[in-house]
Design a binder for this molecule. Structure first.
Ligand SMILES: *[C@@H]1O[C@H](CO)[C@@H](O)[C@H](O)[C@H]1NC(C)=O
Ligand SMILES: *[C@@H]1O[C@H](CO)[C@@H](O)[C@H](O)[C@H]1NC(C)=O
Ligand SMILES: *[C@@H]1O[C@H](CO)[C@@H](O)[C@H](O)[C@H]1NC(C)=O
Ligand SMILES: *[C@@H]1O[C@H](CO)[C@@H](O)[C@H](O)[C@H]1NC(C)=O
Ligand SMILES: *[C@@H]1O[C@H](CO)[C@@H](O)[C@H](O)[C@H]1NC(C)=O
Ligand SMILES: *[C@@H]1O[C@H](CO)[C@@H](O)[C@H](O)[C@H]1NC(C)=O
Ligand SMILES: *[C@@H]1O[C@H](CO)[C@@H](O)[C@H](O)[C@H]1NC(C)=O
Length: 649
């Protein structure tokens, strides 16, 4: 009798665990994660989708109609598909030259094959470079991330800095053929689907009428963090059609009180609520069965039975929304429910364990703690009140120079955000505090690289996200440095999105920010526009150059830049402006170029400031010249009597 009971319990637990722990063994293609802009660092995933036993197949890409690629003919030609195949797949009846309005998700059928090297699936196309284009801009702007800069660099012979207009690039487009496991499961095709803002794995799976797991498996995803504007492979049983793709709108933010007015949205809401309640019941049932079994086992003293801890069972993120942690959800549950799909939801106990109970030793500064999850470092920030804004912005943002949010936890009215860890802390500590004794570590090359990285992040926010994001609170304290002194922009607590169609700016009466960094049009008129980030960035460059703080008392750093750049003795004046920590270990001409750039960034009139893409272009030149610069020559030059005239711009 007792033995029978034990077996019954074991079987129940096994079934229960199995349901929630289906191992990811049928993995196929590795998701690119947030590595698309990390051009210098190729990974297997960014180089392409790995080949399996099928040599070639028909497959599908998705593409957004966008000038100049806004006709069937133009898109087919860019992606080396055929106009006939495209018209058929999208049910287009107009001619090949009919302009397709800006629309998401056109279906582009292509032949996908395992090419030359036998390593990656790809569909080949080609591209003639225009002026000022880079591998990154070609992959992102022209090809909408259907290829990566890493794959382009691997398959073209031109060096990154040798690209010239008119060069003909080979373009490997990302595609894949089904694995045998997928074929067995009835899948015939894979579509390279571009994730839009607000989409989640479950919304994508639902849209294509397939199981959530198959999407995870197809991309070797174990967590559910995905980023918009990255491609994800979706397995399909039938050819995709436009109805499936066009009706795809990002899921509406769920409301706590279902409206019940019978619109089409509310049925989805009820499905989601239903699933959540269902999952909750299963979890509660599971826990009940578990404790029942535990109880029986204690009674029967059955020796050697395998121990199963509650936390092993309790691993589905969803159940954190259940009644068990009711009090924690006073903070905007509404805004966060959406984020659960793409981020890890931590339990407070996990955070306590990872931070030695938020000990002083683990405190980085303020309410930021260093944490360690199974050996992986992370930073945890404790915040009061509603932070769903920052979470919802960061969970969708994808750039190597922007700090990555990996998860969060809500506990007793506080929210804890878990970020990737930046070993070297914040830039302001290196520049302005005596925390780091050996200040020569932050040498000229590193400073230029930091400026470039920050500009790269801003360029992404202003030009590659839709809607446009404005950081609004850039300062040297929010620029974090990783182990290689590469910069990562953090703290999106004040970030905003603006709609380009509405003029690309917003007005506010609530002016908050960091003194010394706020642009005059913002402090005076409450104008929130991308140029306010350019202003703040100019201040950060000035800090990098001078080592001085953005504001001391009432003295603003921005006020001190004109003088060193004017007059006959500007060479000496600039020398005096520079950070003494740099000694003479910097090229004065490049320092001058950088100072000129900073000066333009902090101009009072926002229209006279450069855009961040211009800033990035200038910095890219300064950076490549810096890479060729040899510190020993500079020392010689500064010793020699003959002085090189300094270019003004
Ligand atoms: C990348 O691919 C190569 C060759 O297929 C393999 O040997 C290597 O282990 C892979 N690296 C990672 C990190 O998966
Ligand atoms: C389509 O692209 C062409 C070429 O760039 C452009 O001139 C035209 O304005 C675009 N049309 C629409 C509706 O976007
Ligand atoms: C794929 O290749 C076959 C045979 O070469 C060809 O008939 C077909 O049109 C191609 N399909 C597409 C979408 O290019
Ligand atoms: C695609 O291009 C690669 C080189 O980038 C080449 O090795 C391969 O044979 C090409 N595949 C096809 C089908 O043309
Ligand atoms: C276009 O695709 C076909 C295979 O469908 C391939 O043979 C051809 O080389 C590709 N063209 C370019 C320019 O890569
Ligand atoms: C391209 O770069 C050149 C300088 O190399 C610059 O003068 C020009 O304005 C840039 N063009 C565009 C379209 O950005
Ligand atoms: C589109 O595809 C879905 C799923 O494959 C199917 O249910 C639907 O009927 C298709 N719609 C059209 C218009 O073909």
């Amino acid at each position: 009798m007792e033995i029978n009971n034990t077996i019954l319990c074991a079987v129940t637990i096994a079934i229960f665990l199995f349901n929630f722990h289906i191992p990811i063994s049928q993995a196929q293609q590795e998701y690119t994660n947030n590595q698309l802009s990390n051009c210098g660092n190729p990974t297997n995933a960014t180089l392409g989708n790995a080949c399996n036993s099928v040599n070639s197949c028909l497959s599908y890409l998705t593409f957004r109609s966008r000038s100049p690629y806004n006709t069937t003919a133009a898109i087919a030609s860019l992606l080396n598909s055929s106009t006939d195949a495209m018209s058929a797949a999208n049910d287009f009846s107009g001619g090949a030259d009919e302009v397709i309005p800006e629309t998401p998700n056109l279906i582009v059928p292509v032949n996908c094959s395992c090419t030359g090297s036998g390593l990656y699936y790809q569909h080949n196309s080609s591209y003639v470079l225009k002026r000022n284009e880079t591998y990154l801009s070609v992959s992102g702007s022209a090809f909408q991330w259907l290829t990566t800069c890493q794959a382009l660099m691997a398959q073209n012979t031109y060096g990154e800095r040798d690209l010239r207009p008119g060069d003909n690039l080979r373009v490997p487009l990302r595609c894949a053929c089904p694995t045998s496991k997928q074929t067995q499961a009835g899948f015939k095709y894979l579509i390279t689907y571009m994730i839009s803002q607000g989409e989640t794995i479950s919304s994508i799976a639902q849209q294509f009428g397939i199981d959530y797991r198959s999407v995870l498996d197809a991309n070797m995803l174990s967590g559910t963090t995905i980023f918009f504007d990255t491609p994800i492979m979706v397995p399909l049983r039938q050819e995709p059609n436009r109805t499936q793709l066009v009706t795809a709108t990002p899921p509406p933010p769920p409301s706590p009180v279902p409206s019940g007015d019978g619109d089409s949205d509310s049925s989805t809401k009820w499905v989601i609520v239903g699933i959540a309640v269902g999952a909750g019941l299963v979890v509660i049932l599971g826990i009940f069965v578990f404790f029942y079994c535990l109880h029986r086992r204690r009674q029967s003293q059955s020796p050697g039975a395998k121990k199963v801890s509650v936390s092993e069972i309790d691993t589905t993120n969803k159940n954190l929304f259940d009644s068990s942690t009711n009090e924690s959800w006073s903070v905007s549950l509404n805004g966060l429910r959406d984020a659960v799909d793409s981020l890890t939801v931590y339990k407070f106990e996990e955070l306590q364990k990872a931070t030695n109970f938020f000990s002083e030793k683990n405190r980085i500064k303020g309410s930021i703690y260093r944490a360690s999850f199974k050996g992986d470092d992370a930073a945890i920030k404790e915040l009061k009140g509603d932070v769903s804004g920052e979470i919802n912005i960061l969970k969708r943002i994808n750039h190597t120079n922007i700090i990555r949010l990996s998860g969060f936890c809500v506990h007793k009215g506080n929210t804890y955000l878990v970020y990737e860890f930046a070993e070297n802390g914040s830039l302001d500590d290196w520049l302005h505090s005596n925390k780091h004794e050996n200040s020569t570590t932050l040498n000229w090359k590193r400073r230029v690289q930091i400026a470039y990285d920050v500009a790269d992040a801003l360029n992404y926010l202003h030009n590659y996200t839709n809607p446009v994001h404005i950081h609004k609170n850039l300062n040297s304290g929010n620029v974090l440095l990783d182990s290689n002194f590469r910069a990562k922009v953090s703290n999106f607590g004040l970030a905003r999105t603006v709609d380009e169609e509405e003029g690309g700016f917003q007005l506010t009466r609530h002016v908050i920010g960091t003194r010394g960094y706020m642009a005059p049009e913002y402090t005076e008129h409450g104008i929130i526009a991308p140029k306010m980030d350019v202003f703040a960035f100019g201040v950060v460059i000035l800090e990098l150059l001078s080592g001085r703080e953005a504001i001391v008392g009432e003295q603003m750093l921005v006020a001190s830049i004109s003088e060193p750049l004017e007059g006959d003795d500007k060479r000496d004046k600039l020398g005096a402006f520079m950070d003494p920590m740099l000694g003479s270990e910097y090229p004065l001409d490049l320092a001058n170029s950088l100072a000129q750039l900073a000066k333009r960034c902090v101009l009072q009139d926002q229209n006279s400031r450069p855009t961040v893409s211009e800033v990035l272009m200038t910095l890219s030149k300064i950076q490549s010249t810096t890479l060729d610069w040899d510190p020993s020559e500079e020392i010689q030059r500064s010793r020699s009597v003959s002085q090189v005239p300094m270019a003004d711009r």
